[in-house]
Ligand binder design. Structure first.
Ligand SMILES: NC(=O)c1ccc[n+]([C@@H]2O[C@H](COP(=O)([O-])OP(=O)(O)OC[C@H]3O[C@@H](n4cnc5c(N)ncnc54)[C@H](OP(=O)(O)O)[C@@H]3O)[C@@H](O)[C@H]2O)c1
Length: 389
């Protein structure tokens, strides 16, 4: 029988009320006033579906984008309300007749591909623009078997670290495969074995740099957060304080950053740059690029549109690449790297379910010391109890 569970929602009305309160000044918006406790009615699982008890989720920026309506007003486009949340760890509690890969008691993670194209890339994202999709910031979820991947419980990460990765790790994995693959089309390994790789602050970039380090390249992490820089330094990355360059507010800041990059790389620059933020960060990434460099991004947190000097990029043989998540097969492959390569930095507080709106607002304020995790289930299954450390 269909039944209701506690879930969070974002409504177009709540967005409008908050935007009116702050006079459309996004910098004053309080995301926790938009993401609201609610209930959602879940259907019975169909023959190919699984019912999941959600154990833990990570805060993801696409939810803040939905609450701010800064890129598109997705709640309004989808009829006035969405139930967000597209990264989760859960326990299987019920399976449909045709489900073969999972059984009750299994611990699983999700991917957020809402509908793959013919090559496995997402046409739409679950709990964002996929019509009718209900997200996983909820006590339970009903979803297709195809949306689940077994959780690698013996990978050496704790439950919160595993919960940080279902969306960010596949994205970093794909960014790495694309950036490295494109560069190798231009400069083969026989000519240059070790690359300079730059990532700007954020969970995805951190994971991108872990892949670079694992393959023996030099990694540079440019972030405004001392805690996150220190965490990446422990992995072997060279830290660069983004605030020393005023987050690239002026041409002088950009020039000073370019000079610092040259100094750190013996005059060469960065062969691969993971941006994710765009806005002023984009110009800094271009400034930092080595000849034949590749600049990749799957994010547009600070700005959707770009402008650049095409002639300058051509002369320098630069490549800009844009992408959106991994293929479903790639998501499974990225999961195999949990613990061995992906060792995420977690924010110091594990938020209670009730505090999810505050977690989302603190993410917006950029005050967290790592990836924010929300514990959804009060009682955890035996299978994960050794991982609660
Ligand atoms: N399309 C996809 O496949 C995909 C997947 C995942 C994420 N994304 C998008 O990519 C973006 C980053 O995601 P994430 O999960 O890596 O982020 P995250 O872990 O939440 O980190 C965001 C980072 O943004 C930086 N930041 C905040 N305000 C800034 C500013 N004014 N100037 C420069 N940097 C600033 C902060 O770095 P500091 O340390 O410098 O403060 C912070 O660490 C988001 O927009 C997200 O929606 C896209």
């Amino acid at each position: 029988m269909p039944h209701s569970v506690r879930a969070f929602s974002i409504s177009a009305d709540a967005i409008a009320a908050e935007r009116e309160r702050v006079d459309d000044d996004l910098s004053r918006m309080d995301v926790s006033r938009v993401i609201a406790p609610d209930e959602v009615e879940l259907p019975d699982p169909g023959p190919d579906d699984v019912r999941l008890r959600v154990l833990a989720v990570s805060a993801e920026h696409n939810v803040d984008h939905a609450a701010l309506a800064d890129t598109v007003n997705i709640a309004q486009i989808r009829g006035g309300k969405i139930y967000p949340g597209n990264s989760a760890v859960g326990e299987v509690v019920e399976v449909g007749d045709r489900v073969t890969r999972f059984a009750p008691g299994d611990i699983v993670i999700t991917h957020c591909n809402g509908e793959p194209d013919e090559y496995g890339y997402p046409l739409r994202i679950w709990a964002y623009d996929q019509p009718e999709s209900i997200g996983w910031y909820a006590e339970q979820a009903v979803l297709g078997e195809w949306q689940l991947i077994p959780a690698p419980l013996d990978c050496g990460l704790n439950l919160w670290e595993i919960a940080a990765l279902p969306l960010r790790a596949p994205t970093a994995y794909h960014l790495w495969r694309r950036a490295h693959g494109i560069f190798r089309l231009k400069v083969p390994r026989e000519q240059l074995a070790t690359l300079n790789v730059l990532g700007f602050g954020g969970g995805v970039s951190e994971l991108f740099l872990m892949l670079a380090l694992a393959e023996g390249h030099r990694a540079f992490f440019c972030s405004g957060s001392p805690e996150r820089r220190a965490a990446l330094e422990k992995h072997g990355a060279t830290p660069i304080d983004q605030r020393e360059f005023n987050r690239f507010a002026s041409r002088d800041d950009l020039r000073a950053f370019g000079k610092q990059v040259k100094k750190l790389t013996g005059g060469v620059g960065m062969h691969l740059v993971c941006d994710m933020l765009r806005g002023p960060v984009f110009a800094a990434g271009i400034q930092a690029a080595a000849r034949e460099g590749v600049n990749v991004s799957a994010g547009w947190q600070l700005e959707k549109n770009l402008s650049y000097d095409s002639a300058g990029a051509s002369v320098k043989q630069l490549t800009l690449d844009h992408l959106h998540l991994e293929t479903i097969t790639g998501c499974r492959s990225a999961t195999a790297l949990y613990g061995s390569i992906f060792r995420p930095t977690i924010h110091k507080e594990i938020y209670a379910f009730e505090d999810l709106p505050r977690a989302m607002h603190e993410m917006y304020l950029n005050t967290q010391t790592g990836i924010p995790i929300i514990r959804v289930a009060a009682d955890m299954p035996e299978a994960v109890s050794p991982l609660l450390g």
